[in-house]
Design a protein. Structure first.
Length: 106
């Protein structure tokens, strides 16, 4: 597990600057409160496609997390796995994005 990334994500969660799950992250993006959305390394293509469709009219930086769903849950102190995380603080978003590869445009 990427310890630095996991530590930053945990700090953001404790600061109240993280929303997890499909509906919560879609809501944050639509309200323009999210600065970054992280997709778990093992998020299914179907889930990713549905999430992108739900937010298609709202520009947002999306990055693939170096952590899988179980590792994301552990870093966030959650008992259930999560595949989508929205970061609602610009500083945390920039710090976390450094650890994630940029997505290539088609």
């Amino acid at each position: 597990m990427n310890e630095r990334f996991a530590g930053l994500l945990g700090m953001a969660k404790r600061a109240g600057k993280v929303q997890v799950g499909f509906d919560e992250t879609v809501g944050q993006v639509r309200k323009q409160k999210a600065f970054l959305v992280l997709l778990a390394a093992d998020l299914s293509p179907k889930s990713e496609k549905e999430w992108r469709f739900a937010t298609k009219d709202h520009p947002i930086t999306i990055r693939r997390s170096p952590l899988n769903k179980a590792e994301l849950a552990h870093a966030l102190g959650l008992s259930r796995q999560t595949g989508i995380v929205a970061v609602t603080d610009e500083g945390f978003a920039k710090a976390l994005a450094v650890h994630c590869p940029e997505e290539k445009e088609d």
